[in-house]
Ligand binder design. Structure first.
Ligand code: GLN
Length: 544
């Protein structure tokens, strides 16, 4: 029997960025998966950084952490939420990784004395990485999303990689262009010229799209579809509309209305299997009609640039999933912690909320405002969920205000604190001294043991869980006995018992006061919310 050949779909952007390429790639993955295929979604980013771990969140959005500790682009979060794929480093490629590997091999004399050239050695390494993703994940279809837009200088070796793959396997390699159709307000009609320009850019690289997805506020008109199909000599059904929608979860449903699954499979020469999108479709429909609100404040610090929606995307989606499952419409209020340190009286605005979340973060800016928030939420019995930094904040606030340890802090914020209740593990000290910052935190999935009779146990209903981490600092074991004596419950610990993973107050003291050293937000899914977010939202509505 002939070996089944893997199909590769390259998703590239045209005209402009930020039109939802990641969601489109995730949705294509979802649809093909619903048709019974084993799909992997991979992201290739053009920057020279080895990973996203050293990029400012306000610059690049959330750093999404994979199971094996890869610090990746936020799109891997979209892939997981749509297809439930478990992301690892095989799903993420950057220019930096590609060059680092080629240079390492050159230093090892692996090119046997040849010149090592940008062409073809760089595209070859890009292809090798895509094939590793396919092999490791045993995928039948690999969807590779390229960051940026065609026409960009940095994208050239990546486009060349497609051309080389396609030259070798013309029936297995496909290009999907995600373009944008502007509607100038003076004209009031969609224009396809920028998309035609993007197609020309692809042509100049020896590539023609096999599919064009047209992002716009409205569906693409038949005229526009015809024009685009002519420019790239494609059947009209390969030009697919992607108008604005109520929620990102509508996008796979809308794509199927345009027959995307059947068109893709037919073009790729794959059998049309049945689709199973019923649960997803019902879910996307249900959330539109939810009226009752739950009001949740996020007290964070990355609000200055671009949009906080990118910075905290997994937290937002986790709140959404948990709320929707309880037929609640989340109303998220963005609160900059710095304002509370300037004027603590403003904290009274937290009284208006049903609950408050202090998410992850780095560095000392805004920290005092978060500590004030944690203390206020404790006293006023406002449900509080601390994520990573938010758990460290909860612990510092408890040490200062209950144990009366004046000046208690994390050594990340104050190297000379008299009470380092949060401090680094020994192995981190050398890393910091040697400026070894890249991929050197405690990263990825680790087991955690949960104590009986706690809020955590009630949520997880399991004595052993695994969650993803990204932190350099920890609860200092020296302070654990005193904190416990003072009433703080460490309901989750590493199997060694040394690392504190969850801190909480008993239900008899506070309706919900809990922080996790890990990031539960990376594992919430639209149809299966994370149990800790569900428990938190439940506490929020009970407060009402
Ligand atoms: N800055 C803290 C640490 O490194 C918290 C990290 C985070 O919130 N992800 O431990």
């Amino acid at each position: 029997m002939q070996k089944k050949k893997t199909k590769y779909i390259f998703v590239v952007g045209g005209v402009m960025s930020s039109v939802g390429k990641g969601i489109a790639a995730s949705s294509i993955g979802k649809i093909l998966q619903s048709r019974g295929y084993r799909v992997s979604n991979l992201k290739a980013d053009m920057y020279v950084n080895i990973d996203a771990g050293t990029i400012r969140p306000a610059e690049h959005g959330e750093v999404f952490v994979g199971e094996d500790g890869i610090e990746a682009d936020q799109d891997l979060g979209n892939y997981e939420r749509f297809t439930d794929q478990v992301s690892t480093r095989t799903h993420y490629v950057t220019t930096g990784q590609v060059y680092a590997e080629v240079i390492k091999r050159e230093r090892n004399l692996e090119y046997g004395g040849e010149d090592v050239e940008v062409y073809p050695d760089i595209p070859k390494e890009i292809i090798r990485r895509i094939e590793v993703c396919q092999q490791k994940n045993k995928s039948e279809i690999v969807i590779i999303e390229y960051g940026g837009t065609v026409g960009e200088y940095q994208l050239l070796p990546f486009l060349e990689a497609i051309r080389m793959m396609k030259a070798k396997n013309p029936d297995d390699v496909f290009v999907c262009l995600i373009s944008y159709l502007p509607t100038p307000s003076l004209l009031g009609e969609q224009k396809s010229k920028p998309t035609q320009r993007a197609i020309n850019d692809l042509h100049s690289m020896g590539l023609n799209p096999d599919f064009v997805i047209c992002r716009a506020d409205k569906p693409a008109t038949p005229d526009i579809k015809r024009t685009i199909s002519n420019v790239c000599s494609l059947p009209i059904e390969c030009i697919i509309s992607a108008p604005d929608v109520y929620s990102i979860y509508d996008i796979p449903v809308n794509f199927e209305k345009e027959n995307l699954g059947a068109t893709f499979l037919k073009t790729m020469g794959l059998p049309l299997k049945n689709k199973d999108l019923a649960d997803w479709t019902a879910f996307a429909e249900k959330i539109k009609n939810i009226k009752k609100e739950v009001k949740i404040g996020i007290v964070g610090k990355y609000f200055n640039l671009k949009s906080c929606k990118d910075t905290y995307i997994s937290v937002i989606e986790s709140i959404n999933h948990a709320s929707w499952a309880m037929n609640l419409k989340p109303n998220i209020i963005w609160l900059d912690s710095e304002k509370y340190e300037k004027n603590p009286k403003l904290l009274s605005e937290l009284d208006e909320l049903d609950g408050v979340i202090v998410p992850g973060g780095f560095g000392d800016r805004g920290i005092e405002g978060m500590i004030l928030t944690a203390d206020y939420a404790r006293i006023k019995k406002i449900p509080y969920l601390g994520l990573c930094l938010g758990m460290q904040i909860l612990t510092i606030a408890y040490a200062r205000n209950i144990l009366k340890l004046k000046g208690a802090n994390s050594t990340e914020m104050d190297m000379n604190t008299p009470h380092p209740v949060i401090a680094t593990m020994a192995d981190q000290i050398d890393k910091i001294k040697n400026k070894n910052y890249g991929a050197s935190m405690r990263l990825g999935a680790y087991d955690c043991l949960i104590s009986k009779g706690t809020i955590a146990m009630n949520a997880y209903k399991s004595a052993k869980i695994s969650e993803r981490h990204r932190h350099r600092y920890e609860v200092n074991p020296k302070y654990v006995p005193d904190l416990e004596k003072a009433g703080l419950v460490f309901s989750g610990k590493s199997p060694s018992g040394i690392l504190m993973e969850i801190a909480e107050l008993p239900k008899s003291v506070h309706p919900f006061y809990l922080g996790t050293q890990f990031h539960p937000e990376f594992k919430s899914r639209p149809l299966s919310p994370h149990p800790l977010f569900s428990a938190f939202v439940k506490a929020c509505i009970s407060k009402k």
